[in-house]
Design a protein around this ligand. Structure first.
Ligand code: DLL
Length: 437
């Protein structure tokens, strides 16, 4: 089952010709409409007409998350503000979130790519889709929602949270497809078990899981516990949202990237040199059709490799391997992207705390937990429990306010956190160490 047979099975030569045409257009557009890119081009002595072949993409400047932050909120828009019909954003401390804008056409493309993604992994208009990705500024909820409607399926826009109710609706509405983060799928299972609702008796046949890294072991665990096929979907808000790539049900061997909309490269994260197919490095994406906020060579920091070997499903679009990790220190905690530096700046703003801390991540009952151990500074450590509790509470609520995550806070006496001679080991991530992924 292929949603857009013409595009998805285009011979590679035609696909690449199409990509080159679109690349030239997008380069022209950002050069003329986005001062940030115009300055970058001028610094490099680059003109749009220098891009003559697809491989010339290597001459274009990279874009990084920091560039989006520096141009916060709307500095990278390539269209007048009145043409922007929607905005999504990631969490951030004091106004530093990354913002993404969409025109009507961008939203339509996104819905089409999500519809393609659904069909690629075996979902059709006859399916009922329980969408437990969060609605709101996060792209998961609305991205899946519009795609499901474009496909013609029945969408249940339950969003995240309220797990008891989710289980009730999984039972009563009998959806056939579950969309959420892989860790939340396992949590749903635990809650259903405790309510005496066996997943085997539900009507689910497929789960579409992404927004965070997950292992093959975790896939097996989900498939056997939930009695479904577990498919991997990838995406990031800066480029669009979910639906940049997805596994096909036929081969389930890598994630097809919708190359008529995205030009992809894998680079060595240190040298920035492009790597050949099959070699693992950082995924870099240039948007080919985005109107509101086109990005050139966006460094995703996600580690993967590419292949253009034809797939047995008939699609000609390149596949990327399951993302194995990141080249930076971004953590994804319950689907929320968090940089240790964000936590650090909150610690530093909290009176009574020192900059010595450790973040401990565990997976308990299929849910990520974050414990922050932080040393109190010399001015505060006292036997006054009340004062300590106040600091603890303050930190907890700042973390919740700024980052949207609940953390356990443990105050530690001075010198209680190990010192390191080299790079401090501030993050202890135990989430992927046991068989539950
Ligand atoms: O997580 C978009 C999304 C929503 C994807 C729903 C899939 C499903 P961001 O919040 O911007 O967007 O986070 C993007 O999440 O750079 C990866 O590090 C990670 N990520 C997303 N999908 C996967 C996946 C959404 N399938 C960041 N495997 C990306 C591993 C993933 N990591």
């Amino acid at each position: 089952m292929i949603y857009d047979v013409e595009q998805e099975t285009l011979p590679r030569e035609d696909l690449e010709n199409q990509q080159l045409k679109k690349l030239k257009t997008v380069v022209e557009r950002v050069y003329h409409n986005v001062p940030y890119y115009r300055n970058k081009f001028d610094e490099l002595g680059l003109k749009p007409e220098h891009i003559k072949r697809l491989s010339d993409v290597k001459y274009l400047p990279f874009t990084e998350k920091q560039d989006l932050r520096n141009n916060y909120p709307f500095g990278l828009f390539a269209v007048p503000k009145e043409n922007v019909v929607r905005i999504h954003a990631s969490s951030g401390t004091t106004g530093k979130s990354t913002v993404v804008g969409y025109t009507n056409r961008d939203i339509r493309h996104w819905a089409e790519l999500m519809a393609r993604s659904f069909m690629a992994c075996g979902v059709t208009r006859r399916d009922t889709i329980h969408n437990a990705y969060g609605y709101g500024l996060f792209t998961g909820g609305l991205g899946v929602h519009y795609g499901a409607e474009q496909l013609g399926g029945t969408i249940i826009p339950i969003s995240g949270g309220g797990t008891q109710r989710q289980v009730t609706l999984l039972h009563d509405f009998k959806p056939s497809v579950l969309c959420c983060t892989p860790s939340y799928a396992l949590y749903l299972y635990d809650v259903a078990q405790s309510k005496g609702i066996p997943f085997q008796e539900l009507n689910l046949h497929t789960g579409i899981f992404g927004a965070e890294p997950w292992t093959e072991q975790m896939r097996s665990e989900i498939e056997s516990k939930l009695d479904i096929k577990a498919m991997d979907i990838f995406g990031l808000s800066e480029i669009m949202g979910p639906g940049i790539s997805i596994e096909c049900a036929t081969a389930q061997n890598g994630l097809h990237i919708w190359e008529d909309h995205f030009l992809v490269e894998v680079i060595d994260p240190e040298t920035h040199e492009p790597l050949p197919p099959g070699e693992t490095g950082e995924l870099v994406i240039t948007t080919l059709t985005k109107e509101a906020q086109p990005l050139l060579r966006y460094r995703t920091k996600d580690l993967t490799s590419l292949t253009t070997v034809p797939c047995s499903c008939g699609r000609t679009h390149a596949r990327m391997q399951k993302v194995t990790g990141r080249s930076d220190d971004m953590l994804i905690i319950r689907g929320i992207n968090v940089f240790p530096s964000q936590i650090e700046s909150i610690l530093l703003e909290t009176e009574g705390l020192s900059p010595h801390y450790q973040l401990i991540l565990r997976r308990e009952a299929s849910m990520d937990t974050l414990e922050i151990q932080v040393e109190v500074d010399e001015n505060i450590f006292s036997d006054e429990i009340k004062q300590l509790q106040k600091v603890e509470q303050k930190l907890k609520s700042s973390i919740k306010d700024y980052l949207g995550i609940t953390a356990d806070v443990k105050l530690v006496e001075q010198k209680g956190i190990a010192r390191f001679e080299g790079k401090a080991q501030r993050i202890l991530d135990y989430r992927f160490e046991d068989s539950s992924g």
